[in-house]
Ligand binder design. Sequence first.
Ligand code: 3HC
Length: 311
Amino acid sequence: EDADRLAAFEARVAADEFIEPKDWMPEAYRKTLVRQISQHAHSEIVGMLPEGNWISRAPTLRRKAILLAKVQDEAGHGLYLYCAAETLGTSRDEMTQALLEGRAKYSTIFNYPTLTWADIAAIGWLVDGAAIMNQVPLQRASYGPYARAMVKVCKEESFHQRQGYEAMMALAAGTPEQKAMAQDALDRWWWPSLMMFGPPDDQSPNSEQSMRWRIKRESNDALRQKFVDMTVPQAELIGLSLSDADLKWNKEKGGYDFGTPDWDEFFAVVRGEGPVARERMKARRDAWESGAWVRAAAMAHADKRAARFAA
Ligand code: 3HC
């Protein structure tokens, strides 16, 4: 009987139908969606930390206002995605505890430090650029709430990427010190940005099932290739160079050949050994503890209002 339901489910997915919260779905589908969507949400929230560090240090009021807007957007993306995951039967508390206890991941990219203002430009340009590359196909993910959440997120990510590239352009066209700062940031953020797309396809245990059930529409390596092809000309346009001796246009392929990311570094950062991983997790745990009174007050307020209306 479950075999029939699985066959019907797979036929719906193969016909590009959206699966909605109340539809029958294999437990493995529910489980992998909670895994991916909750970790996507954790990435958005943890991603606020490196950028938040520079809101009070932005070079102009304009840059400060733009960065403030972007960090607020990331918080909204996180809340949006937690809501999408909750439609699968998990709770905000369960997801938060999984993160704080190290049982859930967030994107490796946020375990690198933001050392100069140019890092904030590089994050907008490269990290949000990679995020867009990965999230555009997710707008057609088979799970309805996730796909719909991605439509709004992608619109805002485009602003994030544009403002980052524009800030990078300003630095690259600035004084020699500013251009050197931009180049240093590109050198430090290039390879970690390529790692955001996940391990190579032949070391990606979730891909086979996620591709079959149309959660993942393009493979890790395919999206990484698209990102390189789009971003290298952008770097060249503003006179910055990429720290990859193997980077070369391949006419037959119609794309760039490029070097191999340091997968040992990637898997170490996934394991929580990133340069500032401890600081990121401490910041999240401290926020959870110091926010306890706010949650208690909000619950008390909600109970009082409910009692007032019930009376
Ligand atoms: N950082 C941390 N963990 C990673 C990772 C990364 N960059 N790439 C892969 N992993 C983990 C996977 O989560 C998986 O571990 P798990 O089974 O415990 O979850 C393991 O490494 C093997 O990877 P797979 O390729 O088998 O896993 P997936 O099929 O899930 O593919 C993915 C990985 C492409 C990141 C996919 O999960 C995905 O598309 N997630 C949604 C997008 C997302 O999370 N983006 C975060 C970007 S940051 C962001 O959006 C903020 C921006 O606005 C600034």
